[in-house]
Structure formats: structure tokens, C-alpha cells
Design a protein around this ligand. Structure first.
Ligand SMILES: [Zn+2]
Length: 383
């Protein structure tokens, strides 16, 4: 049996234009586990496009060898709108220029509709509850899809959500600006995600019950956790392991990165039973998981040029200088340098790619172990 390639046309475009999303399908529809992988929802995060290319090659070979045990859906570019957003020769793939905001925020919250739909129908069987909830998730999405689709962004969101909504595993492939490999998952899913983090060689795994931005992955992971809390008398497993993989930094694009990354994802699919075959022993993990609210997301207090005295992967102490912010317009150049300091002990995970900062932009992330008081219960994502 060959893999199937579908091309989904987006609705809501202007006359004379046409965009489509490509969906590569492997294995049998409705076989379990179902794994959904998409690349570059933030369309200018190019590392994911190359990882998806290598993963497609591995999945094609597995399909030809009859080794797909579950169902695997790969979307090699998740955002054809952003992919083509160029302004003055610069690709701008994080926000929709038409006004739809950040492509990875404000995904639908299925929880209220699903909670209402399954109330009174849950049983003592985890498997029955999973099937019931999955059907309710599909129904909740169908209700949204029944509304008029008045723009391409909504059409794109529906096309992607339709594939991911009933998956056992959802991997959303992104990257940071300059960064080491890292992963976001919920605390409840961390036990299931440990192998993924080890296979990918993650230097940080950041856990949050809900980060506040309604990101793509949380649309599928968090309903299960909230349903379990809402219906404590019925067994409801955390049945969708959804995570955001940050494939290092924007400039870390090349086969030397992408080929091993794709192989690591492939082994993860083997470990979760979606693909047959021996993935070999799990590499030693490079990190423990830490809470996202313990990660110091350091902002620029003013505009200026950034110079970093620290490298990615450096261990720093609270109060250490992470960056110098330099005002090139200062009258006295000896007083033009402002130190920006770490707010926690931890690992330098990311830095800004463009070294001219505007006030309020994130210039570095330092992964700490203790929850930072100002981050507790706060909005935890960068916009
Ligand atoms: Zn991203």
C-alpha cells in the first residue's frame, strides 16, 4: 500500500489566488495510534520544513516496507499563508498580515463543548471514555466548521485541526531565534514524552498546565486534563500527547541537523507503536523537565544593540549579566552600556537572532528550576 497525498484547497482567498495544504497519510485511516506531525506553523521557522522533508523520506520507506503499524499524518508545511508573506524581501511568518494575529495563538477551546456532550455518558472504562471523548471532539470541531468560512486563515485552521483533533500524539515543529533544542508539554504528559525528549536531545523540557495563549498543541492536550478534573469519578487518561518541539534556532537549517532530528522523531513513532521496528536503546536524557513558569524570559528595557557575554548552554547565576544593551546614540559612550541580568540560576536556552532590540522584546530565556513569582499564573508565552 502506498502513502496517500491529499491537497486541501483553502477557502476564502481573493480572486486569482489559490493556496493549498499538503497532507501526507501513512498506514490505515483510523488505525491506532494516530500520530499527527506538522511543520512550520510559524512559517518563517525553516528548520521544521527540512525535518519534515527527511521524515517524509523515512515514512515513505516505512510504508513501502509495510512497517506503518498505526496511522501517521505529516503536514510538511502547515502554513502556506505565512510562507508567502514577504515584505520588502523579508519573510514574515509569525503573524498573519491580514490581521489574524499570531498563527500559533487562539486555537479553539474544545473543552466546554466536549464536557457538556459527555456529561452523564462517561463509564468506568478508560477505553470507552477515550472513544466517547474523541467522538465529542470531532463533533465540536464539525460544529465550528459548519459556520461560514470567511477567510483563508480560518480555512487553514480547520484543515489542520481536522487531522489533529483525534490523534494520540500531536507534534508541532517550530524553532526559536537562537536556541538549543527544547520541548513544551503539559506536566501530565511528561511521563509519555520523556523518550521524545531523550531521542531529540532536548536541553530543556518546559511544563505548563496551560500557557495562556491557546497554542495549537494545547488545543488537543489540555481538554483531556480538564475533563479528568471535571469528572473525577470516571477514568479519563491524558490520551493526546501534544507538544511543541523547538528545533533550535532559525538559522540552524541544514541536513546535518535535520536528518538526525527526523530520525529521532521516527524512533519516537516506533517507541509509541505507530511504526514497527526496533528503535534501539533510548539515549541518556540531557535534562530534567522544569516548569515553564521557572523559565526567565528576559525582556529588553529599552531599545539598543545587544551584545551577549554568554553562549547558549552556559550555566548562569541570578544577577549574572546575560546581555549588554548599548545605546548607540548616547552622548557619553562610556555610559552607553546597560547590563541585563538573569533573574534566576539556570541554563541559557535562547538568545535573540536580530541584535537590535526594541523595548519589551524577549532577548533571552534562562531555564531555572524554581517558579518565578512574577511568572506564577501569568501569561507564559512570548508573542
Ligand atoms: Zn514558532
Amino acid at each position: 500500500m502506498a502513502r496517500q497525498i491529499d491537497r486541501i484547497s483553502l477557502q476564502g482567498s481573493t480572486p486569482g489566488t489559490h493556496r493549498e495544504v499538503v497532507i501526507r497519510r501513512y498506514g490505515k485511516a483510523q488505525a491506532r495510534p494516530k500520530v499527527y506531525v506538522q511543520a512550520s506553523l510559524h512559517a518563517d521557522e525553516t528548520p521544521a520544513l527540512l525535518v519534515a522533508h527527511h521524515l517524509a523520506r523515512l515514512l515513505d520507506a516505512a510504508q513501502a516496507a509495510g512497517a506503518i503499524a498505526g496511522e501517521v499524518v505529516l503536514v510538511p508545511y502547515a502554513n502556506p499563508i505565512g510562507l508567502n508573506q514577504y515584505v520588502n524581501a523579508e519573510q514574515l511568518g509569525r503573524y498573519e498580515l491580514r490581521g489574524g494575529g499570531n498563527f500559533n495563538r487562539n486555537w479553539p477551546d474544545f473543552f466546554p463543548t466536549v464536557a457538556e456532550a459527555v456529561d452523564g455518558k462517561l463509564t468506568d472504562s478508560p477505553a470507552e471514555n477515550v472513544a466517547l471523548i474523541r467522538a465529542a471532539l470531532r463533533e465540536a470541531l464539525a460544529t465550528i466548521a459548519a459556520q461560514p468560512v470567511h477567510n483563508e486563515l480560518l480555512s487553514l485552521r480547520l484543515a489542520l485541526a481536522r487531522e489533529a483533533v483525534d490523534a494520540d500524539m500531536v507534534l508541532d515543529l517550530h524553532c526559536d531565534e537562537e536556541a538549543l533544542m527544547y520541548l513544551f508539554v503539559t506536566p501530565a504528559h511528561w511521563p509519555q514524552a520523556q523518550g521524545l525528549a531523550a531521542d531529540l536531545g532536548c536541553h530543556a523540557v518546559m511544563l505548563a498546565e496551560q500557557s495562556g495563549g491557546a497554542s495549537f498543541d494545547e488545543a488537543y492536550s489540555t481538554p483531556w486534563l480538564r475533563l479528568a478534573a471535571r469528572f473525577p469519578d470516571h477514568p479519563i487518561p491524558a490520551a493526546c500527547l501534544a507538544g511543541t518541539v523547538e528545533l533550535r534556532g532559525m538559522a540552524d537549517v541544514g541536513d546535518t541537523f535535520a536528518e538526525p532530528d527526523a530520525a529521532a522523531l521516527f524512533r519516537t513513532l516506533q517507541r509509541h507503536g505507530a511504526i514497527a521496528g526496533d528503535p534501539g536503546p533510548l539515549p541518556k536524557p540531557l535534562c530534567e523537565a522544569t516548569r515553564l513558569d521557572a523559565c526567565d524570559s528576559i525582556k529588553a528595557p529599552a531599545a539598543g544593540v545587544l551584545s551577549y557575554p554568554v553562549e547558549l548552554g552556559d550555566k548562569v547565576r541570578k544577577g549574572d549579566v546575560i546581555a549588554w544593551l548599548i545605546d548607540p546614540a548616547a552622548d557619553d559612550p562610556t555610559a552607553a552600556r546597560q547590563p541585563i541580568r538573569a533573574g534566576t540560576d539556570g541554563l541559557v536556552l535562547s538568545r535573540r537572532l536580530h541584535k537590535f532590540a526594541l523595548p519589551g522584546v524577549t532577548i533571552a530565556k534562562v531555564v531555572g528550576k524554581e517558579t518565578l513569582p512574577e511568572r506564577e499564573g501569568a501569561y507564559l508565552l512570548d508573542d
